[in-house]
Design a protein around this ligand. Sequence first.
Ligand code: D5M
Ligand code: FE
Ligand code: ZN
Length: 545
Amino acid sequence: MPSETPSRIVQTLARQGYNAEREAVTLLANASNPAATIEAVVEAADDDALRLTAEDVRACLAQREPVADPPGVDANATQTHADANATSTNTTGSTQPSQPSVSTGDKKTEKDLQKPESPPEKKRLSDTDRKETTSTAKSPPERTPSPAEITGDITGRSTGTGKYSQFVTTFRDRYERLSKLLRSRVNHRPASAIAAMPGGSEAELVGLVNDIRSTASGHWLIELEDTTGTFPALVMKDRPIAELVDELLLDECVAVQGTLSDDAGILFTDSIHFPDVPRTFRPNTADRHVQAALISDVHVGSQEFMADAWNRFADWLHTNEAEHVEYLLIAGDMVEGVGIYPNQDEELDIIDIFDQYEAFSEHLKSVPGDLEIVMIPGNHDAVRLAEPQPGFDEELREIMSAHDPRITGNPSTVAIEGVSVLMYHGVSLDEVIAELPSDKASYDEPHKAMYQLLKKRHVAPQFGGHTRVAPEEKDYLVIENVPDIFHTGHVHKLGWGKYHNVLAVNSGCWQSQTDFQKKVNINPDVAHAPIVDLDTLEMTVRKFA
Ligand code: D5M
Ligand code: FE
Ligand code: ZN
């Protein structure tokens, strides 16, 4: 009967300085006396071993429990497998922590144990793993996530000093890259040239939204700016396109097409175009069955951090049912942080920021060591608040080095198994939700707010509002290439859907309702793990609350 959970096993090993293969953890969890077996395995391990292998554990089990696996273990294996199957059909219902899979009873595995030359563990590309691989050269093959390729990451490239001229550079870059997307659809002219055209001409203009005002009679006056100047576009309130004005945010890039007034001082607008994702977009998919868990907003250090739910999630990742989950993406807010919101300290469980990261790191150790982990920071993390946010600094990376996560900036695009995932924490979602009508974006349907960002091809279009934006020599927040998956968090609500074939997923959180959220009636979606099939971009959600 399994007497320990995988996450507790991992934590026990970590305290003694060891990492362990997923199968090793499973074997230990199901040993008749896990504590004694751990002790024996650690004792038998080479002095310089960093990672315990399934083979190490089997060798100890064979000595300690020389009888072939007792029938009890086998029966239990069947039982746990059945449990796992039962929960897999109930993808949105409450998931009981499934017991770890048991491979001890597997004849083939038993034979492997005897094989002196099982193939070497395949490796990921990190330095740590290279080291570990050497010490585990005889372990059986393990799951082999390929390393994530990262693009659009500001980390180490920030040149911004906050000068006004740099904002101009950032906006110029935004305009250049987004207007390019629109130029194929409209035959645009510069604002200065339009002003010189004869009245009554047809004209098309691409610009950043500088101002949106309603006129005395309720029409809309939108001022657009390009690199040559500004020009006003009038949208009549009774035209169907007036509805699109509701969707406009300041500083986003749009194209307008219409007819100039007699004095060529204003454009009567017939259509508004967004850079958008082409409807014909076809996402890339993985060429094998492999899954990624997309989470965010762990908030370790908060009194509301749900450690038990996290442990159930970590335990589930160790089960057979999760065997195809090879990637764990975390879209920001690893910890609760300090001084983020007024009176936040009253709800802190851990008051020191480094201690919070230490605790987060301990929780990260509970997930299988062979998961490829990618993480970006959020607004609660200890990096600069202004976006684009660089990845964690050396000191924090050192603290979170278990499992050797890929640490990158917010936002970043990560290519896994040929599928590109745009990861963005999501602070601008608050703004999109506040500014747009509720059928276009709401906390209950956060994915719809994400659709707006895709449509605008920018993760944080509006400057100078709630979302802090730092000037850089290029606008890292432009969505230049359409991602296959768009992953955000921040609003602590779960929602997903497809926009022009892009899968948009907003993960929930691992923090129960805070006092602030109670006051403003935010009901967070806690302890859900959205799991994406990278070969089909189908989604299932596991609940661990
Ligand atoms: O924020 C989680 C969500 O809750 C996000 O939509 C912002 C909102 N939130 C939470 N606390 C506050 C305070 N104190 N003021 C304003 N908005 C708040 P996260 O930043 O991920 O904790
Ligand atoms: Fe958060
Ligand atoms: Zn946040």
